[in-house]
Design a protein around this ligand. Sequence first.
Ligand SMILES: [Zn+2]
Length: 239
Amino acid sequence: MYRPDAGELHAARERLVTYSARLLADGLAVGSAGNLSMRCGDLVAITPSGISYDDLRPADIAVVDLAGAEVDAAEVPSTETPMHLAVYSATRAGAVVHTHSPEVIALSAARDELPAIHYAITSLGGPVRVAPYVRFGSDGLAAAATQALAGRRAAILRNHGAICYGRSLDEAYERALLLEWLAHVYRLAQAYGHPKTLSEAELAEVTAEATRRGYGTRRSGAAGRSGAAGRSGAAGGGQ
Ligand SMILES: [Zn+2]
């Protein structure tokens, strides 16, 4: 593990501001709800608590260590910092995206799982669990979220929102968008009756084929838009 230099931290802060604006534009959160973080070596850059994404500047992004101690924080780090740090501790995540998006919240209030309504769910690791309700900002929520993430790259938080992670911020964010889209499609399907879903064997076949085709890697070997390792295909493999 390394200690990032000022340039790497500044770049992370700028990316977090850019993606915070996307959260609002894409309807994944309103006001200052939801939060984003990026791991930089043995530090984590995370959005601050209570600042509207419209007003957010790179200098407002807090930097904490992996135990949550503030390293450089002009503003209060996100109230969900314990949940982000728990995900970094439990996985090899490079970025974490927590949303308050309407389709997953609606689903969380009525279901225990988002089933495999479409094969793209393989890039989230399979059917997405709904973690039991625990108060925001608590260590209990961090534990419930990481438990629901076991073997997955996304989890839904009952009566609250969703959490996704990826190797890069781009990948984590794309997964948050995919999760919201899948929840929307599932709700539409239920208008027709009882939706058919894909079996474990069918999902395993998709994952094997995506791996065979090298989804998530580019022919040129170029890095993804985020400058990190590769992009997430519709059915990408990965961690
Ligand atoms: Zn939240």
